[in-house]
Design a protein. Structure first.
Lengths: 375, 237
């Protein structure tokens, strides 16, 4: 006999991994994705990619330094992170993550320092002010040997692989959440990290760089396959029988809220793809915005959406973004920290490199003209 | 050791005398040192009336913060043809033999005691919520007051004092039966021998130590039905 069940009384457990977790996985992804974009110039020495290399290095540093702060905030007590190191648990992916995060960040900082050492030395040549003395200290020895930069890049590349692996595996291994328990998850995080990083470089080219249309076209060409991979992974994850998540996705797709979110996610992939094909030289701003938003949205969909599926109860849990630090304020605060770090780096790091140092010596107003200019 | 309300009352003089014992003796009695006990709970669903007395007793006993629950009795309406019935399913930590919450913990703050209880070391817990995510029974939560993982402990502090868990103690219908599965004379052991006990989500391989009598298979896993009509005020979401 057919039966219908109505849940009369139950409790909503609420989400445990808050928007802080989304911010962390978003920012660390953008960081390692951006690091990959620095390699053509700093590691392979392709002079044509200098602008991209320097902009992406800035993005990798700003995102990489902000991400762990968001993660620590999710612990409900910043000092608690020490317990990760006092009580290491080799069977826990999160425990390994506590080692991988500093390993990645320190190797990224080492790589950035070696890559910019020549610039530091240049900036520290004249004067005796505190910043100049610090530049001189940081730039001792002049431009770093190529082998040292390559070695640091290899270290950071290993860190990148570990970060991509652990952030995905940490969530994938949770069998209790069927939307997460799929091998597509680490792949999707990595693919969206790369597409988001390309999007961020498009935005940096527009707002920090000199709006180089050649770079814009190149980045749009790079965005196209990156988004195609994201689209294929999203499709396979949610709409095919390859993943067990598909059945569970059908369940959450019964609500209009999640149907709309799915449509927005798919559009946020298709629209920049179309623009990248049709207008590769003039769609940088909109494509950059959408690609970065898409990386955020997919993480939101996975982490917050995944927690809206009850493990035992009927129906779905409805999530409403709180305005306080566990919600909107936390997201805005993280963004504020990211902007502050970015401004500090723009102020003090010779991110535009040797060319910038040379130019500023003769023309102090050069930054106003163009932040990045070819030698 | 006591197995049910009746056993408990019969054993009261012994328990009172036991309360005067030194702490090491109590620890030994709970089996923590030797692992000779295997604490389990059997819930007879036909006796549950969804009065939520267990829910309240747990909150009072364990200072569970507002809007959080270590145990709760979800209530369902089941329509079959022209008939409608009410179904109650008390839920709590299943103290699994293979608890998925334990290996994920990044600091080893959650662990299984020798007597079968899955416990949390509040001093070590970092409140990351990984165990909350890993639990297939939605039995854990991050305590808003402490910012750390919280869950049912089978009222271990009471067991150490020779008392029943608060929810068992207060259960109006005597639906919750607590005891030592290793004791052949215990009520839980006899129930297990005489009945086919069921567990929630057996396919997950967690081997729960909370057993149900009269569990409808439609409620064994994730319940397929219309979502709840009323909820306490939400938190964090």
């Amino acid at each position: 006999m057919e039966s219908h069940i109505t849940e009369v009384l139950n409790v909503t457990p609420g989400v445990t991994w808050l928007p802080w977790a989304v911010s962390y996985i978003f920012l660390i992804g953008l960081s390692y994705g951006s690091f990959l974009l620095t390699m053509p110039y700093f590691v392979f020495g392709r002079a044509k990619q200098e602008k991209l290399g320097r902009l992406a290095l800035l993005a990798a540093l700003a995102c990489g330094l902000t991400a762990p702060i968001a993660l620590t905030a999710d612990l409900h007590g910043p000092g608690r992170f020490l317990n990760f190191y006092l009580h290491f648990q080799p069977q826990s992916w999160m425990s390994w993550g506590s080692l991988f995060i500093p390993a990645y960040l320190f190797s990224l900082l080492l790589y950035a320092w070696l890559a910019l050492r020549g610039d530091f030395a240049q900036l520290g040549k004249d004067g005796d002010s505190l910043p100049v003395r610090l530049y001189r200290l940081a730039g001792q020895g002049g431009a770093a040997p190529r082998m040292a930069i390559v070695a640091a890049a290899l270290l950071t590349l290993a860190g990148t692989a570990l970060m991509a692996l652990y952030t995905g595996m940490e969530i994938m291994t949770i069998q209790a959440r069927p939307l997460w328990n799929t091998a597509f998850l680490p792949l999707l995080f990595t693919a969206t990290a790369c597409s988001g990083a390309v999007g961020l470089s498009l935005l940096f080219n527009r707002f920090i760089g000199d709006r180089d249309s050649q770079l814009e076209t190149g980045l749009n060409r790079l965005l196209l396959p990156a988004l195609a991979i994201v689209l294929a992974l999203v499709g396979a994850w949610l709409f095919t029988g390859i993943s067990s998540s598909a059945a569970w996705f059908n369940r959450i797709a019964e609500t209009s809220q999640w149907r709309l979110t799915t449509v927005v996610v798919v559009l946020s992939i298709l629209l920049p793809m179309a623009l990248a094909i049709r207008r590769p030289a003039s769609s940088g701003l909109i494509n950059g915005l959408i690609a970065v938003s898409s990386a955020w949205l997919i993480r939101w969909f996975i982490i917050i959406g995944g927690q809206s599926i009850p493990k035992t109860d009927a129906g779905l849990y409805h999530y409403h973004l709180p305005l306080g630090s566990d919600g909107l304020l936390g997201i805005i605060g993280t963004l504020g920290l990211w902007i502050a770090l970015l401004l500090l780096m723009l102020e003090y790091l010779p991110w535009a490199g040797q060319a910038f140092a040379d130019r500023t010596k003769n023309r102090p107003d050069v930054l106003a003209d163009s932040a990045i200019t070819q030698r | 050791m006591v197995q049910s309300r009746r056993d408990f009352l019969c054993a009261l003089p012994t328990i009172t005398a036991g309360a005067a014992l030194a702490l090491p003796a109590i620890a030994s009695a709970t089996g923590e040192e030797s692992g000779k006990h295997h604490w389990v709970m059997v819930i007879d669903l036909q006796k549950c009336i969804a009065c939520q007395a267990c829910t309240m007793a747990c909150i009072m006993e364990n200072a569970v913060p507002e809007d959080s629950f270590r145990t709760f009795v979800p209530t369902y309406e089941v329509h079959e043809g022209k008939q409608t019935a009410t179904y109650m399913l008390p839920r709590l930590c299943n103290h699994c033999t293979k608890p998925p919450c334990v290996p994920v913990c990044p600091v080893g703050a959650t662990f299984k005691l020798k007597d079968g209880v899955v416990a949390v070391d509040g001093d070590r817990c970092v409140g990351c919520g990984y165990c909350v995510q890993a639990c297939p029974y939605e039995a854990r939560f991050v305590n808003h007051d402490t910012g750390k993982a919280d869950k049912c402990t089978f009222c271990l502090h009471r067991a150490e004092a020779g008392l029943l868990p608060a929810c068992v103690e207060t259960c109006v219908g005597g639906a919750r039966i607590f005891g030592d599965m290793n004791n052949p004379n215990s009520a839980v052991r006899k129930l297990a021998e005489q009945n086919k006990l069921k567990v929630l989500k057996p396919e997950s391989g967690t081997q729960p130590n909370v057993f149900y009598l009269g569990l409808d298979t439609r409620f064994q896993g994730s319940v397929k039905g219309i979502g709840t009509l009323w909820r306490p005020s939400g938190h964090g979401g």
